[in-house]
Design a protein around this ligand. Sequence first.
Ligand code: ATP
Ligand code: MG
Length: 249
Amino acid sequence: MVFVTDVVIQNVGKSFKEVVAVDSVSIDVKQGELYGILGQTGAGKTTLLRMIAGLDKPDRGVILIGGVPREKIRVGSGDVQIVFQDFALWPHMTVSQNLSFPLKQRKLSGKEIMDRVGEVSSKIGLPTHLHSRTPSQLSDGQRQMVAIGRALVVNPKVLLLDEPFSHLDPITKLKIRDELIRMQHSDRLTIIMVTHQLSDAMALADRIAVMLDGRILQVSTPDDLNREQSDPYVSAYIRSYSLLPKRKA
Ligand SMILES: Nc1ncnc2c1ncn2[C@@H]1O[C@H](COP(=O)(O)OP(=O)(O)OP(=O)(O)O)[C@@H](O)[C@H]1O
Ligand SMILES: [Mg+2]
């Protein structure tokens, strides 16, 4: 069981054969911080999150959660939860079973499970009439909501989000964003959020890391990142958001 949940990553690297996915990354995320990671496709963001989640082992370097080496914390304990970019729901289970499963593993009673699943569904705005469907009978946005719900049911201490809003409409996104901020502040939840959306990172993150080719190029508060970029790639990357061509009428 982890109690203090700062996440410290020191010189972590991971390669897949000749591909260096993460190349000596060091970051320090404080307990209760919402830490954004921005970066181009293939930058190594998912690989980094998977290592923090304990799903992949770094080739080198150290990951500490609350001062405890990652490999000493049981994967699946619920302390560190990840919402996958591709949702990774259990396809043969209904929505309700997907949401309940982590609680069943923790041996909660049927009533406790029903209450908790109902509570989380309502907090993130997931309609209960979807509970009896399987993931293949949902829209992408609905699947994404279930993936977020499944991560939240166990009250994690560290939440890893990989492109968590990519399929959500603005109203649903705002509701879920509000809930995450509430959990960050009232439960001191530590959140690491990978996103391609500069606006989401700017709106939510306490600090943002910009990643390219497996390296972190800059870590700043949103205001500082807007004001000053320490690297030409970061300048070009931030500028590219305002340069996206508008469709001509
Ligand atoms: N299992 C794997 N085997 C081989 N190469 C991999 C594997 N997983 C990732 N890679 C490579 O590692 C690099 C980083 O991949 P990663 O998925 O971490 O990128 P990302 O920043 O999450 O990208 P995106 O924004 O597109 O999700 C890429 O070049 C990718 O092709
Ligand atoms: Mg990714």
